[in-house]
Design a protein around this ligand. Structure first.
Ligand SMILES: C[S@@+](CC[C@H](N)C(=O)[O-])C[C@H]1O[C@@H](n2cnc3c(N)ncnc32)[C@H](O)[C@@H]1O
Length: 322
């Protein structure tokens, strides 16, 4: 059976997969760096195009991704390598080693398996330790965060990263509860959120703890900091003509990606009334599409988790483009 027509690996359906293949157009002999390998759903669409002379370098900070990577490595003919790390740390190391990539992909956020595995603590609908670390061996967990952050910081992070309307009462309820007993499980946190929001809000806008869980997860994993550092290294890693694609799921992520790509694609930045260019600024890249790509209805019908996905891409300019 051709690789592409197989069922998605371990239940994770790759988001915007057709659009990723079209935009990043991997070719025989090229090197792809997949910064967020997950279950290898996108890898199974990209790696077969590379052929024997190609290379597929997979990065994931979740150690479980290594087992999904092993499945892929058995199935493709290109050279493969797995790096267990935050891409923000791995990409500069690859750059130092002299690697240049033709394609770099970031598919941000969580995989379905991470959400569905109760014990990882990402899901508000399953009782589990309040963990939420993508790499369970590194850094502070969500339980550590709710045990130590000030009420003001808790409210601020829920407002900023979760757009949580009731951030202040929820933060107050967290601080009150932790003075009595530690908050250690997803169930504890859900119960605190339920107790803090007005009754009508319990039945509107999805699960009442959805936004709080999202905010904690973003902070626990320093997702925006990793993206900021990772974008710069990813672009630097591109060979001339190389393509970078980023799928984001949160407006703060997309804003960062959009600004980053727009700045790289921007040529002269002189005021329009300047008769000749005095800034000397030249574009380093060209946008692969003028607008972000969104999932089509057929994909949304199949995979509701794709709802907020946006794909943006940029090509690094080479000497021939100038
Ligand atoms: C949406 S899933 C990727 C799914 C994958 N594209 C597929 O089709 O199977 C995101 C994955 O990226 C990983 N991840 C998220 N942020 C990361 C980071 N900063 N560094 C490395 N891995 C990261 C997560 O652990 C998760 O496995």
């Amino acid at each position: 059976m051709p690789l592409e027509s197989r069922r998605p690996a371990r239940g994770h359906e790759p988001v915007l997969a057709d659009e990723v293949v079209r935009l990043l157009a991997p070719r025989a002999g090229e090197t792809v760096v997949d910064c967020t390998f997950g279950a290898g759903g996108h890898a199974r669409r990209l790696a077969p195009a590379l052929g024997e002379g190609g290379r597929y370098i997979a990065i994931d900070r979740d150690p479980e991704a290594r087992t999904w990577f092993a499945d892929l490595a058995d199935d493709v003919v290109c050279e493969t390598r797995f790096i267990h790390a935050n891409f923000a740390d791995a990409l500069p190391r690859l750059l130092d080693q002299g690697l240049r990539a033709d394609v770099v992909l970031m598919d941000l956020g969580l995989s379905s398996m991470q959400v569905d595995r109760a014990e990882r603590g990402f899901s508000y609908s399953r009782q589990a330790p309040l963990d939420m670390r993508m790499d369970p061996a590194r850094g502070a967990s969500a339980a550590d965060l709710v045990a130590t952050a000030s009420e003001k910081d808790l409210a601020g992070l829920m407002r900023t990263y979760g757009e949580e309307r009731y951030a202040r009462p929820i933060a107050r309820a967290i601080v009150r509860r932790r003075a009595i007993e530690p908050i250690t499980t997803t169930g504890d946190l859900v119960e605190i959120v339920r107790s803090a929001v007005p009754t009508p809000a319990l039945f509107a806008g999805g699960h009442p703890a959805k936004r709080v869980f999202q905010a904690l997860r973003i902070v626990v994993n320093d997702e925006l900091g990793s993206l900021e550092r990772g974008l710069a290294s990813a672009f630097a890693l591109l060979a001339p003509g190389g393509r970078l694609g980023v799928i984001s799921f949160h407006s703060l992520e997309d804003r960062m990606v959009k600004r980053f790509m727009r700045d790289r694609a921007q040529g002269c930045i002189c005021p329009p009334d300047m008769p000749v260019c005095g800034c000397g600024h030249t574009a380093e890249g060209a946008l692969l599409a003028s607008k972000a790509q969104r999932p089509r209805q057929a994909e949304l019908d199949r995979n509701p988790r794709a709802r907020s996905a946006l794909l943006r891409g940029i090509r690094r300019l080479g000497e021939d483009d100038r």
